[in-house]
Design a protein around this ligand. Structure first.
Ligand code: 5GP
Length: 211
């Protein structure tokens, strides 16, 4: 198994979109699906219950804790993390296969998992989605209407710690408006594809033919 997205090869880009709870990762990803249809989206495994309208294999692969643990034991997950009492993880083989086919794949995951991916794939593109302010983040979490006061406080404390980890990422995208955040992510992807080390091997091929 190859563990790295080597620049200068025909492999796709591994893109990790992460950020604190409530920042709008899911909303931005849903918008990206429309404006970046060539991107492949990784479907995570989780032990949390499906929400209304969620489909197994589309939104998540819904697993029991036992099934999830055996995925861990069989090393089927690229990364996994425990988040508010449930497990979440990225199936490895789909990511590998997509990258080998030369397609770009995006993982929408929380911060602990993103940093684990970075250990294995330092050449990945790590994008941190940040709220325009902490007040805005709090009002988005409160606005969901799903969290108790205590949970809101906990999420805000975790969010502040997570925002401090932004320095480990390659890019920071402010999610002030979903469309703007999408455009910024697309700009990042275009720039990453123009990296000299990715383009050079192709140019070298035709340059060799000149002699
Ligand atoms: P939700 O339960 O709201 O769908 O997701 C909760 C959190 O888990 C979100 O921050 C989401 O980005 C994160 N998440 C989803 N899939 C994965 C995964 O495969 N790995 C990790 N580490 N986090 C994930």
């Amino acid at each position: 198994m190859t563990n790295s997205v080597r620049p200068g090869t025909d492999r796709g880009l591994l893109i990790v979109l992460s950020g604190p709870s409530g920042v709008g990762k899911g909303t931005v990803c849903a918008a990206l699906r429309k404006c970046a249809p060539d991107l492949v989206y990784s479907v995570s495994a989780t032990t949390r219950a499906a929400r209304a309208g969620e489909i197994d294999g589309v939104n998540y692969f819904f697993k029991t804790k036992e099934q999830f643990r055996s995925m861990i034991e069989r090393d089927e997950l690229l990364e996994w993390a425990e988040y508010v009492g449930n497990y979440y993880g990225t199936p490895r083989s789909f990511v590998e296969q997509t990258l080998n086919e030369g397609k770009d794949i995006i993982l929408e995951i929380e911060v602990q998992g993103a940093l684990k991916v970075k250990e294995k794939f330092p050449e990945g593109v790590f994008i941190f989605l940040t709220p325009p302010s902490l007040t805005e983040l709090e009002s988005r979490i409160v606005g969901r209407g799903t969290e108790s006061e205590e949970s809101i406080r906990n999420r805000m404390t975790v969010a502040v710690d997570e925002i401090r980890l932004m320095e480990q990422y390659d890019y920071a995208v402010v999610n002030d408006q979903v469309e703007l955040a999408c455009q910024r992510i697309q700009a990042i992807l275009i720039a990453e594809h123009c990296r000299r080390e990715r383009v050079l091997p192709r140019i070298q091929k035709w340059m060799e033919e000149v002699h």
